[in-house]
Design a protein around this ligand. Structure first.
Ligand code: GLY
Length: 391
């Protein structure tokens, strides 16, 4: 009996995999979005406390939550806003508002560079869908708070406090510029834009190798702005390429071009994207570090894949060269296709999230090969961007 059941399950799995391979991407994306809705509904009732934010999954598949202070807190309300945009279902709006309000205090947090992630993914998405003075005030305050971490001698916003570097700047920090650029265009000080541009220029100059790959952490000298060290924190080695860092670089410089129309930033995004695409394995989901020593026996990182897919949909719009544009669009679709299918889509597994196989920090052995909320956030965003193509 057991053998019959096993054979039946294997047949089902093979049929499901075969159908995923032949199904059109539209159908795969609609299916994955329905699955995301289902998982998010369950997460809302599982957590049911707007001071707790889904972060990553535990071995039994349930969510480990964090407080609003953590850098990842904005992603759960962000997912809920995107799902509301996708479905117009008031359930998601009500839940999104609950968890967004749970983050209000973060607008004043001067101890982090991650205010863009926190406030723009929660309040920013809420404002995009339902503009209100209440939300705008929070966003503008957060931008003002973030600007306090800018040092004009270095020309960058400081990433972390109390670490081994006196003035660390990480490539991830490019993502927080969206909050500054948007705020400068929507009633905030014009200085916020100047800070964003200066940070991007400094990062463009110092953070990249000649082949377009990005370093993770730079330690700066605050007396003259020179780079003291180029290190990694979450990658395999200082001279390796941490996949999510490279994804942040692509996304960060693409959004910087969106606000500035400065071709130097577009070229930086393209060079970072070309490097990333040129090093993807055959299913288009990168290993956690592009140079991880045991490839192919290393964990994948769906978060780097999802961030990049979403960025490439946008980057393709700004790219004039027809073959390059088609290349970015084609890769974004290939990544989505993989993420919408086994083994990455968490359907049929114990995970309460949307995607499986993300890595938080392999060197710290923290959140290795689990589901992580920011992978879900950029996956849902990428699917919505896909559905809007040509509209
Ligand atoms: N910004 C932290 C990370 O990407 O893990």
């Amino acid at each position: 009996m057991r053998h019959v059941l096993l054979a039946f399950l294997i047949t089902l799995f093979v049929l499901a995999s075969a159908s995923a391979q032949t199904q059109g991407l539209d159908a795969l994306v609609s299916h994955a979005l329905k699955f995301a809705q289902q998982q998010a509904r369950q997460t809302v009732s599982e957590i049911n406390d707007s001071t707790k934010f889904a972060r990553s999954t535990m071995p039994d598949g349930s969510w480990k939550t964090t407080a609003a202070q953590e850098w990842t807190s904005g992603f759960f309300p962000g997912c809920l806003w995107y799902l509301h945009e996708n479905t117009k279902d008031p359930f998601f709006k009500q839940a999104a508002k609950r968890w967004t309000t749970g983050m209000a205090q973060e607008q004043f947090d001067t101890g982090t560079h991650d205010l863009g992630f926190k406030i723009f993914d929660s309040y920013g998405n809420g404002y995009r869908l339902y503009p209100s003075d209440e939300y705008k005030k929070v966003i503008l305050q957060a931008a003002q708070t973030l600007s306090k971490r800018f040092n004009p001698i270095v020309g960058c916003i400081k990433s972390w406090d109390n670490r081994r570097w006196a003035y660390p700047v990480i490539i991830d920090n490019m993502m927080n510029l969206e909050l500054l650029f948007w705020s400068a265009e929507n009633g905030g000080s014009k200085r916020l834009r100047e800070i964003g541009i200066k940070h991007a220029e400094t990062t463009m100059k110092n953070h990249f190798r000649p082949d377009g790959s990005a370093y993770h952490v730079l330690g700066y000298d605050t007396t003259d702005g020179t780079v003291i060290v180029r290190n990694t924190h979450q990658g395999y080695a200082d001279e390796s390429v941490w996949a999510r860092g490279q994804a942040w670089a692509i996304y960060g410089f693409t959004l910087t071009y969106r606000f500035t129309h400065d071709k130097r930033f577009l070229q930086t995004a393209q060079r970072a994207a070309d490097y990333f695409i040129g090093h993807l394995p055959s299913d288009h989901v990168p290993y956690w570090d592009i140079m991880a020593p045991e490839i192919p026996n290393e964990p994948r990182d769906v978060s780097a894949a999802a961030i990049t897919a979403s960025a490439l949909f946008e980057l393709s719009k700004y790219t004039e060269s027809k073959p390059k544009k088609a290349g970015y669009l084609g890769t974004a679709k290939k990544i989505l296709r993989s993420l919408c299918s086994a083994p990455y889509l968490a359907e049929g597994t114990n995970s309460h999230a949307v995607l499986n196989h993300a890595v938080g920090s392999k060197p710290a052995q923290s959140e290795v090969d689990v589901s992580i909320i920011y992978a879900d956030y950029y996956f849902i965003q990428a699917m919505l961007r896909y559905q809007k193509l040509g509209k």
